[in-house]
Design a binder for this molecule. Structure first.
Ligand SMILES: *Cc1c(COP(=O)(O)O)cnc(C)c1O
Length: 435
């Protein structure tokens, strides 16, 4: 008997490329049929066959409070009743912008957009407009969305499928992006030395989390800010994934708490600030942000930017995201990462667990046990072992990210009872990983 998931996947593949609207969802690197989700609540998702799973994807980050949180759903329904979109400013937009600015030092003004891709695209255009320079530096394995200039050595789906960038990106555009290894001070200095006065910005994930979780080495983020200042380039900190998730104030807060305050010129947000709806943002120095149209010459616009229903979801999410929520995320991350490590050790599976605030991921394989500081090392992980582990967990009712290159996401709804469901699945999955 074929499952509903198999039937839905076959139907989708006939009319949607690969059957999915975003590549990693297709289970390409782990194999098998993606689960078609029909509903979700708290820490669980339910698929088309009626099977329930503990969810460690959390919509790739946005579901900070857990799925279908009652206050968020209420806010969305109430906003929808007042109208879906007006193409005019609405009262809630400034409130969301204020909430974001209040939590992140250096963010004085905010422009709302709909996706993280738009946010980073806008940040880069702003940096080029502000500096009058063209070149952009990014780090290998960092993912900043799918715009032309940012697919060079990107993480996420490109890492999952080992794609060397993307077809369809003009040579001339790719040439504007210089890629350097992460956590490599000498390479950073060298790229500035090779292109004096020509680099508009360095864009970095605040902590890399799209090649697995790879935090900046102690001192690296502060040094990066210092080099940018010295060279007259802007620092763009991409907190689309880490913002309001790694900690209350994003990864910038994790750094600050570690005695390494870093204030970026521009910061991008997404995922959590929409609470599951399409909201993202670029924020930063008022003088740079005011270069945006209509106050300045850098053009950016969006029919659905600041959409009232989406903003209602984001506002409700951030209002609920108090210290207690972050304490619960930290507790769940601590407990889960420790339990996974213990189960893999017990089964003799070489691995390393890496953390960035409440984010973590697990790299499998002998080649990575010394730690993963960069993309070259991440690519030496044992993706086959992860594939076996993934499917054993899925069979036991735990839905992990379907790629070895992604963070594992908990929510505030991952309480002790939910984690016990995950712990019960670990020994068999660790044995499967051992092969
Ligand atoms: C997800 C992500 C993006 C892209 O956001 P989309 O909303 O998928 O366009 C950009 N940067 C980082 C760090 C991300 O994790």
């Amino acid at each position: 008997m074929t499952s509903a998931n198999d039937r839905l996947f076959a139907r989708a593949q006939a009319v949607i490329p690969g059957g999915v609207d975003s590549p990693v969802r297709a289970y390409g690197s782990v194999g098998g049929t993606p689960r078609f989700i029909t509903s979700a609540a708290g820490a669980h998702v339910v698929d088309a066959d009626g099977r329930r799973y503990v969810d460690l994807v959390a919509s790739w980050g946005p579901a900070l409070l857990g799925h279908a949180h009652p206050e968020v759903v209420e806010a969305v329904v109430a906003a929808a009743r007042r109208g879906l979109s007006f193409g005019a400013p609405t009262p809630a937009e400034a409130e969301l912008a204020e909430l974001i600015a209040a939590r992140v030092p250096g963010v004085e003004k905010v422009r709302l957009v709909s996706t993280g891709t738009e946010a980073t695209m806008t940040a880069i255009r702003l940096a080029r407009g502000a500096t009058g320079r063209d070149l952009l530096v990014k780090f290998a394995g960092h993912y900043h969305g799918h715009s032309d200039g940012l697919l060079a050595a990107a993480g996420s789906g490109l890492a999952t499928f080992a794609l060397p960038g993307s077809a369809g990106v003009p040579e001339a555009i790719a040439a504007q992006t210089l890629v350097v290894p992460y956590n490599d001070t000498a390479a950073l200095e060298a790229v500035f030395a090779a292109h004096p006065g020509r680099i508009a910005a360095v864009i970095t994930e605040a902590a890399a989390a799209n090649m697995g979780v790879v935090p900046p080495a102690p001192g690296f983020s502060a040094l990066l800010a210092e080099v940018c200042r010295r060279e007259g380039a802007l620092l763009i900190s991409d907190e689309v994934l880490t913002g309001f998730r790694a900690a209350e104030g994003g990864y910038a807060q994790v750094l600050r708490d570690a005695g390494e305050p870093v204030v970026a010129d521009l910061v991008t947000f997404g995922k959590v600030i929409g609470g599951g709806m399409p909201v993202a943002a670029v924020g930063g120095r008022a003088d740079v942000m005011d270069l945006l149209a209509p106050t300045g010459p850098v053009y950016q616009a969006g029919t659905l930017s600041g959409n009232p229903v989406a903003v209602a979801a984001g506002l409700a999410t951030l209002r609920c995201a108090d210290a207690d929520v972050y304490a619960r995320l930290a507790t769940a991350s601590d407990a889960l990462s420790a339990a996974v490590g213990a189960a893999l050790r017990a089964a003799g599976v070489p691995h390393v667990v890496q953390r960035a605030g409440t984010l973590f991921s697990v790299f499998f394989g002998e080649a990575v046990t010394g730690g993963v500081p960069d993309y070259a090392t991440a690519q030496r992980q044992d993706a086959e072992a992860y594939r076996r582990f993934f499917h054993a967990m899925l069979d036991a009712g735990v839905s992990l990210p379907p790629s070895a290159y992604e963070a594992w996401f908990v929510t505030a709804a991952h309480d002790a009872a939910v984690l016990d469901e995950v712990f019960a699945a670990l020994p068999a999955a660790a044995a499967a990983a051992a092969g």
